[in-house]
Design a protein around this ligand. Structure first.
Ligand code: DGJ
Length: 729
């Protein structure tokens, strides 16, 4: 997996056994993109680029009239010297100009992958796993360098990119835009795919053909958001789950982002992702450095499914960290939908008792245990227990939970402050705000200013004491509003536009400290469900509450959409009450179980109120889950039928060694007089014999994949079935 440098032609070839990425330093100045895709062996890479003088395309090289930055497929383009497409970066210098001239200066090839200081990133555990190219471009008048980082992984079709700006000059500059990567494809015959949504409807798929001009998604909410996930993909026209070429990019960042595609007049496609340049300015002083977040770029020649599996492997094992990374997650019960804010020590104990009988492993106390919080109008920031509700404190309840053989978990929403709180009364300037302006509330709360070090320090100490105060082994870290009046009381006027990014750096610093101090705690992130489901949060917390929508039918879409990028071991999924709190739908317990079991299984209802039959189903469900949880958590996911395309959904998990698989099939609504249907499986070994559901019949892998299994004809809505598949010796 080397990175080769051909000095004569100025060409870098980054490759592993399956992928190549080629770029060239044109005129010894401009890094230009040559190729990214299936592994190639090139003798003539210097012949890839074509040049032609185009009317209205200026040239920076008077001796080469054919040359223009406007038509060069640039790796990290600027605006102002002839490239009229979307730039990757823009600096404003002290004379008010945004003209810069960064050209290739030097490069370095490193074993392994350097860390990103203060930011989450994809890592390696051993230097042999990856190699990194660092290209340095310099504007000699400004004395500023831009380092472009490219890492290629040995065993995964992944390239990561980021950029850092290093100021060795004398005059402060402002960074107005700094994308993490930019890349020009040589044609525009693509569809693009992104994940959009809103609260309770996260990560729906949208696939469209590219059109000329710019198409983009972004967030300016101060969080990666429910609305757009920091991911997009380009797909060849024939690409489907199994076939075709797919290029996916994802940003390891949890704040404002932009991902954009520009189809230019000569049918090139420029793709970029990074911090949203809207409302962002960073002042870079002499001696300072600015590091962009990292972009993860995945190439797949095996369709969308192939792309997802690569993302899953990388995110699960080289972005997620900590004790729980490689561990099966406990089956939990959360009291939120069972009690909301209205609970007492007694009824929480009753819920614990009922959960223990069902062999649930972890009890999670959700919102409402602190200050005087009986609704969402108060107490965020006052992280002391409400003695009226819990007279024996968190410790009393935690100890009780432990006597039942279960672990104890706690909900917190540390980034927030309620105006009705002691914290706010003491520190009214500790929230994000702009002096003299209204402080807009959302869910009756404001956001703490994590761009301030003292606020971060206070939070770390407060939470450290809290987590030490009871036997806590799980924390749900919630965040229930987006940013408004983004400003900080301590930043000078010229740095106000740094606030949102500084907030993210503050949050990451807090999470780094807490996860280091509490390695035994399983952290689950949450933002009103999946409003911050991104690789940045996964670096600190290896699972995320996927959505506040717990309806089994709705969850099929949400979990399917989420799985486009994120491994199922990162998704929290709960069985909840019916009629469902979000949509009022009544689905049978079996359907709810089968959907929640397809990720990290949990419960969020008063299990004591279930009928005897339902309790039996739950017990059996947990038993089956335990049996196949390893497969679900660590196996390869194959999506078979999409809930976005019909009334049926199916997916399957296949063990690495192809010896075991589990297929989940769901019928949301029954069809009258339906046709016979077969479900074609994937990912099995064609020549391996497999036994289905421990039954009499044995099939070859190719039989199951080419001829398929017969689907049941059932006259009922909300039907589900799980097939277990075991290799025969
Ligand atoms: C939003 C979360 O997504 C819910 O699960 C719950 O924890 C509430 N917040 C509590 O306020």
């Amino acid at each position: 997996m080397p990175i080769e440098w051909n000095e004569e032609d100025g060409i870098f070839h980054l490759f592993n056994e399956r992928t190549s990425y080629l770029l060239q330093i044109v005129h010894r100045k401009y890094p230009a993109h040559l190729y990214w895709g299936k592994r190639v062996h090139t003798l003539q890479p210097a012949s890839i680029l074509s040049f032609k003088g185009r009317t209205f395309s200026p040239t920076t090289e008077p001796t080469s009239k054919q040359f223009s930055l406007d038509t060069l497929p640039q790796e990290y383009p600027a605006y102002g010297n002839g490239d009229f497409r979307c730039p990757a970066y823009q600096l404003r210098t002290s004379d008010g100009s945004t003209i810069t001239e960064f050209v290739y200066d030097s490069h370095e090839i490193l074993k392994g992958k350097p860390s990103l200081v203060g930011l989450p990133f994809a890592y390696v555990e051993d230097d042999s796993e990856a190699e990194t190219l660092v290209i340095t471009m310099v504007d000699s008048k400004l004395g500023i360098g831009i380092n472009l980082f490219y890492t290629i992984y040995r065993d995964l079709d992944v390239i990561t990119r980021s950029a850092s700006f290093e100021h060795l000059g004398t005059q402060a500059v402002e960074i107005h835009k700094c994308m993490s990567m930019s890349l020009d494809f040589h044609h525009s015959d693509w569809d693009w795919l992104h994940l959009h949504g809103t609260w309770a409807r996260e990560r729906y798929l949208e696939r469209e053909p590219l059109h000329h001009g710019v198409q983009s998604i972004s967030s300016s909410r101060g969080a990666s958001s429910h609305q757009h996930n920091p991911f997009l993909a380009l797909l060849s026209k024939d690409a489907n789950e199994e076939h075709g070429e797919v290029y996916g990019v994802s940003l390891v960042y949890s704040g404002n982002f932009e991902a954009s595609i520009e189809v230019a007049p000569y049918e090139t496609t420029r793709l970029s992702i990074g911090i949203n340049p809207f409302d962002f300015i960073w002042r870079l002083k002499p001696g300072g450095t600015f590091q962009t977040p990292e972009a993860i770029m995945v190439y797949s020649s095996a369709g969308l499914g192939g792309m997802s599996r690569t993302f899953h492997k990388l995110l699960r094992a080289r972005v997620c960290r900590g004790t729980y990374r490689d561990k099966l997650r406990p089956v939990l019960i959360n009291n939120w939908e069972a009690t909301r804010f209205h609970f007492s020590e007694r009824n929480l104990k009753e819920l614990t008792d009922a959960a223990a009988e069902l062999k649930i492993e972890l009890f999670v106390l959700d919102d409402g245990w602190f200050g005087h919080r009986d609704n969402d109008k108060s107490s965020l920031g006052d992280w002391t227990v409400n003695q009226k509700k819990l007279p024996h404190g968190l410790k009393g309840l935690g100890d009780y939970v432990q006597t039942k053989g279960m672990k104890f978990g706690l909900w917190v929403e540390p980034e927030m402050v309620s105006p009705d709180s002691d914290l706010y009364r003491k520190h009214p300037d500790w929230c994000l705000h702009v002096r003299g302006r209204n402080r807009t509330l959302s869910r009756n709360q404001l956001i703490l200013d994590l761009s301030r070090q003292e606020v971060c320090d206070w939070l770390v100490e407060t939470l450290t004491n809290l987590f030490h105060s009871a036997p806590i082994s799980y924390v749900k870290w919630d965040m229930n509003r987006n940013m408004t009046e983004i400003g900080s009381a301590v930043l000078p006027p010229e740095r106000q536009k740094e606030t949102a990014h500084r907030y993210m750096l503050g949050l990451y610093q807090i999470l780094e400290k807490l996860t280091e101090r509490f390695p035994h705690i399983l952290f689950e992130s949450c933002s009103g469900g999946g409003g911050r489901f991104d690789p940045g949060m996964l670096y600190y917390m290896p699972q995320t509450w996927t959505s506040d929508n717990t309806d089994a039918v709705e969850r099929l879409k949400i979990q399917y959409g989420t799985s486009i990028v994120y491994p199922v071991i990162t998704m929290g999924a709960h069985v909840s009450d019916v009629p469902n709190h979000q949509v009022g739908r009544i689905t049978p317990i079996q359907m709810r179980l089968s959907v929640a079991m397809a990720a990290n299984l949990g419960f969020e209802l008063n299990v004591d109120k279930l009928s005897t039959e339902e309790k039996l189903a739950v017990q059996k469900g947990i038993q089956l889950y335990r049996k196949i949880q390893g497969l679900i958590s660590f196996g390869d996911l194959y999506r078979l039928l999409s809930p976005f395309e019909g009334l049926e959904t199916a997916w399957m998990y296949v063990a690495d060694n192809q010896k075991q698989a589990a297929v989940f099939y769901y019928q949301t609504l029954a069809t009258p007089n339906p046709p016979f249907r077969r479900l074609l499986l994937r990912g099995l070994h064609p020549k391996q014999k497999y036994r289905l559901n421990n039954g009499e019949t044995v099939f070859y892998g190719d039989e199951l994949m080419k001829i398929g299994v017969t689907l049941p004809l059932v006259k009922t809505d909300f039907f589900s079935e799980i097939f277990e598949i075991q290799a025969e010796n």
